[in-house]
Design a protein around this ligand. Structure first.
Ligand SMILES: Cc1cc2nc3c(=O)[nH]c(=O)nc-3n(C[C@H](O)[C@H](O)[C@H](O)COP(=O)(O)O)c2cc1C
Length: 222
């Protein structure tokens, strides 16, 4: 019988209580719970639904230790029961992937022939011109990190803590985990049960510093 996985807190609390955990207990994340978190993570949106994110799920201690050595020896990499190597595949705009997305949408009756042709024609030229991003790597990062954010918040809602990390040497991670040339490593994400206390909450800038009204730099008044 499938296990029903229910969040232990609501969205507001999950967002407020999520903290970057630097130390983890060794307790495993139950498989059904991990599957639910990973499933919710990839409900993230992506341009044309191209879903460029790819994740290596690292659970074996030997591989965690190997990864830790590529990540400035950060202890959470060796401790957390699961580490995701969060990657973005620059081939997401290839004809092969476009066709895969069309097939997915067609099976769900979300894409008709007209829209499929629009995708086949417009996606390659969009990527040739790259009007809203400077490089393919920026594009894969943009999308992968949205999925990472989904994973962190979904995890927290089930009481699972996380730590996103950019402290790693990408060339070393790529070599150690057989990551192809045209796949970027966007971040590492530790998942598990934090050994509290977390670091003191560092705060967030006031809304009037980070939100502008109508034009960059103009005051936003709510
Ligand atoms: C993309 C990204 C990379 C990060 N890299 C690291 C890292 O390598 N090591 C680490 O301990 N924390 C890392 N952090 C965690 C941040 O330091 C932390 O999110 C920030 O200080 C705010 O704290 P909070 O998340 O607990 O609110 C990273 C966070 C993000 C979003």
């Amino acid at each position: 019988m499938p296990v029903e996985i229910r969040p232990s807190m609501g969205l507001q609390d999950a967002i407020k209580q999520r903290r970057a955990a630097r130390a983890f207990h060794s307790n495993a994340i139950p498989d059904a719970l991990l599957e639910e978190i990973l499933t919710l993570g990839v409900r993230a949106p992506s341009g044309f639904n191209l879903q460029p994110w790819r994740f290596i799920v690292v659970r074996e201690q030997e591989n965690k230790d190997k990864l830790k050595a590529c990540a400035f020896d950060q202890q959470q990499v060796g401790q957390a029961p699961v580490i995701l190597i969060c990657c973005g595949d620059r081939k997401a705009a290839s004809q092969e992937n476009i066709e895969a997305v069309i097939e997915l949408g067609t099976d769900l009756e979300a894409i008709n022939d007209k829209y499929a042709d629009y995708m086949r024609n417009s996606i390659p030229s969009f990527f040739e011109n790259m009007p809203s991003f400077g490089s393919q790597e920026a594009w894969t990062n943009r999308h992968t990190m949205i999925a990472v954010a989904h994973i962190m918040i979904a995890a927290k809602s089930f009481g699972v803590d996380s730590c996103p990390m950019e402290g790693f040497v990408a060339t070393q991670v790529k070599a150690a985990f057989n990551i192809p040339e045209d796949v970027d490593v966007c971040c590492l994400l530790a998942l598990g049960f934090a050994k509290e206390p977390f670091k003191e909450y560092g705060g967030r800038f006031a809304l009037d510093k980070v939100y502008f009204g109508e034009s960059y730099g103009d005051k936003f008044i709510i």
